[in-house]
Design a protein around this ligand. Structure first.
Ligand SMILES: [Fe+2]
Length: 432
């Protein structure tokens, strides 16, 4: 790509992403923007100004070498300094100030973008990396803000067309044969430090579900008393199930005529064909045990998603190297729910595994560890400080994840009790 093409691509991505941020923050009134909808989440107005502040720190000051737009608010919007629970009490920019601020920052960023040379000797800008990192940061906050919308009480404010119907029902399980595959990447220009380096991993043969676990599958677990029997749960999982009073996925309601869920302010009957969403790691683990299976490891998930048995090569995405299109995966908040399994046959992996990208983040059994050759970049707080912590990995993105913020190598992590995120899972088992 020429320098000018890269500039145009980045500019288009910045504008596309900001349009989504604007939609999510303009859909509600100022009172709603500044209110805390859940102690798990920031007020939306914090996310908005934080997105602008990170953009200012990295692109205006670091890459551009410009004077600060606001030198007095960095501390307020430093995610490491204040927990989400405490952010409402801070002297935050009000909605009008926050909008003006992110606009001023963006004007300067376009000026920086016009002049930047994507110098391959400067790793921060090589291939547009710093711009890609900041874009993905805003896109990740757009998903976080969507989760806040899901937690918000009140009448619906977001609308989207329904996802496509199923056209091909995936087979039950797929055998992935034993052998090495390339995990991680050295070539993806906007990959983050934790996705690097590319390395060979030898994976024993395993079976993996051809599709994520559906609401229908999960209802069978509930109906079989899965939440009442400690034998399906890990010790920690059972303790959490007891103390948190878990009985069904988050946002599910039992009514006289069966299960419903609340989605962005609308109450609808649970669709048995859709992947289950809003379950924590412990629920996923218990379901898998009840089903006589287990969760895949991170390496198994990535091999199922990328490895082409015909060539031995690892692809960028299950369907190939092309960026995600609407025919491949349910991404980008194009729809406001997971799609039924079998809705994306064009997005299946070479092994025939469906819907690995999009719909729901998939819990896997691995914790967050660095790959061989890991080097923190551009700062330790991006990934390194989280290694070895109380986290489980999530793979593949959800309907709320931007198309630019996910790929088969992308690694997300969260605490195993979390379920306000768009999290589901699929199962695996040993082949031997
Ligand atoms: Fe952030």
């Amino acid at each position: 790509m020429t320098t000018q093409d890269l500039r145009l691509t980045i500019a288009a991505e910045l504008e596309r992403t900001r349009a989504r941020t604007a939609l999510l923050t303009e859909a509600v009134d100022d009172d709603d923007l500044t209110r805390q909808h859940s102690p798990l989440m920031s007020p939306l107005v914090w996310d908005l100004a934080h997105v602008g502040n990170q953009e200012e720190l990295w692109l205006v000051r670091d890459v551009g070498g410009r004077d600060p737009v606001r030198h007095d608010i960095d501390e307020l919007y430093d995610a490491f300094k204040h927990s989400r629970r405490d952010r409402t009490a801070l002297p935050l920019l009000n909605p009008a100030e926050a909008r003006a601020y992110v606009g001023q920052v963006r004007d300067k960023v376009f000026d920086v973008l016009d002049r930047v040379r994507f110098d391959s000797a400067q790793r921060l800008v090589d291939g547009g990396f710093a711009f890609g990192m900041i874009l993905q940061h805003e896109q990740q906050h757009d998903e976080t803000m969507l989760a806040t919308h899901q937690l918000r009480a009140g009448s619906p404010v977001l609308t989207a067309p329904s996802p496509p119907a199923a056209t091909a029902v995936p087979a039950g399980e797929i055998l992935i044969r034993a052998g090495t595959f390339t995990m991680g990447t050295d070539t993806e220009p906007w990959a983050l430090d934790n996705e690097r380096s590319a390395h060979l991993v030898d994976v024993p043969a395993f079976w993996i579900d051809a599709a994520p676990v559906t609401n229908g599958d999960y209802l069978a677990f509930i109906d079989a008393g899965g939440y009442d029997e400690s034998r399906w749960w890990s010790e920690r999982g059972w303790a959490h199930r007891q103390s948190a009073g878990l009985e069904a996925p988050m946002h599910w309601l039992r009514d006289h005529d069966g299960w419903h869920y609340r989605r962005f302010g609308r109450v609808e009957p649970v669709n048995p064909a859709e992947p289950v969403v809003h379950v924590c790691y412990f629920e996923a683990e218990a379901y898998a045990a009840w089903a006589g299976k287990r969760l895949p490891t991170e390496a198994e998930w990535e091999k199922a998603a990328r490895w082409d048995p015909a060539t031995g090569r690892s692809r960028r995405f299950p369907w190939g190297d092309d960026p995600p299109g609407p025919q491949h995966a349910n991404l980008g908040q194009r729809h406001l729910s997971p799609a039924p399994v079998g809705a994306y046959p064009d997005g299946a992996s070479p092994s025939g595994v469906h819907q690995l990208i999009g719909d729901v983040w998939e819990w896997v059994s691995s914790g967050f560890e660095p790959y061989p050759g890991f080097a923190a970049f551009p700062y330790q707080e991006y990934s390194e400080v989280f290694f070895g912590g109380d986290y489980k990995m999530l793979r593949g993105g959800s309907f709320g994840t931007d198309t630019t913020a996910v790929r088969s190598t992308f690694r997300n992590w969260d605490h195993p009790i979390r379920r306000q995120i768009f999290s589901g899972f699929r199962c695996a088992r040993d082949a031997s």
